[in-house]
Design a protein. Sequence first.
Length: 557
Amino acid sequence: MDYRPCIIIPIYNNHSTIRDVVTSLLTYEVPIYIIDDGSDEVTKRELFKLDSEYSLVQVLTLPRNQGKGAAVMFGFANAYQRGFTHALQLDADGQHEPKDVPAFLKAGEDHPNTLVLGDPTFDETAPKARLYGRRFNHPWVWFETGSFAIRDALCGYRLYPLKETVEVCRRYSLGTRMEFDPEIAVRLVWSGVKVENIKTRVRYYADGLSHFRTFRDNVRITWLHTRLVTLAILRHLSSPISSKATGRGWMKAPERGSLLGLQFMLWILRLLGPKICKKIVSPLSLYFLLTSKNSRTSSRSYLRRVLDREPTVSDLHSHFKAFGDALVDKVLAWSPDGYPFNFVWKGFEKFDAIASKGEGGVLLSAHVGNIEILRAASEREGVRVNAIMFTRNAKKFESLLHKVGGGAHTLRVIPTEGITPDLVLELREKIQQGEFVAMLADRVLEGSPGRYSVVPFLGGYAPFPHGPFILASLLKAPCHTIFATSQGEERYKITFAHLAGPLHLPRENRKAALAKVIEAYARQLEQVCRESPYQWFNFFDMWEETATDISERKRAV
């Protein structure tokens, strides 16, 4: 790829400093685009002179003041259309050190798909309020990204890879004023762009013109972090609600986990309490409902099936809010402090009869309600449960839960990337000791082509994985289903039902046998979904056929 950088300078009324900034940059022979964000006449005259005097300089004008973020995004779009690959952004007030331009440009050339951020150093001229504000901003960004990759998200001296940046600007409705700098940095990290930080000096001048309005812009940045933190929680603790995946593409959605995120969420819960956290979730859920088109579409498709009617906006919001509430309870369930959930059992007598005899078995569940509540329920009933995680990051997640939860619990997470003889022997031994093995069985994992059965589910046909059922057959133990759905006010309904005796999957008709037991599982999951319609959190359109297609297929058989 050819490396074609340019410089973008947003300006609003900085007529006294812009000439010095521009002339200090000319020596690097890089095209300079000055984005006039509706400046006054004095500034416009100065910009006209610069445009006329220097061939490297071009002024692009916005009709009215729209904010720094809007001006920079306008510059990105123009630069990308003109064939530039990278844009170096710096301010018009002279705070940024021109001598560092070569370092930024070299970093972009060496690492073309990297966001190069200025890591500022300040002298005694820096206002204390601004420094304290930056220190307040850092932890939020570190939590949102799950790393310390971004050292300073507020520094406006940075080099962007234009292709990735323009795509993020197109995909999301970003802040148009001072909140733009931290938001675009976080969004780029979320999109997979790596970060490099370069030390650079930032100067404050006594007579300098600053457009940062302490109250107004701090409110905007606080609201920005409120939104990003909530979205980060969704990313840290579940499949991303903002995923673009549709149809079978949800199989490829990665699972994410972050010790920093889990610990930070626990701190927030301890500070505010679960009830206040859930009140905060409600308007934020509405925000994600309005901005997450693909998840909204998938939610509507699911609710249309489970409610047997066209869902309203209120239905959609209830679905998104239930997801947010479940995340709060998910963290509480793994908290070392514990939480006094109240349980209402359906099928308790069957569960108790099995547990009291010291018999173990297989428990199949789904992404419905809050399976983490089983930890609290199993501890209360004194039953040992081993949760199997079939994910690429399972070992990491298990390690995080151990660090956050602290100590041993009756629910143990066993990470695995596949079924192995050692795993089967280990689990058989646990079942013989009266313990249970729990698995989620409603999502097909990436890299499992053909390892699923398509069965009737909520008026259509949907794929369900073979893996959990094959493992259950190898364990030669009774197979049950268990689901935990919220009833409000920290009450959870635990639904337990027998699914099958020790599963037998003969080689000669294994697919048919798998399809039969998976269809039985799907019927039990469907019943739970209809009883608690807003609590199945599979924000992907997984259905392959409609009810009409099913009828036609049956008539054709």
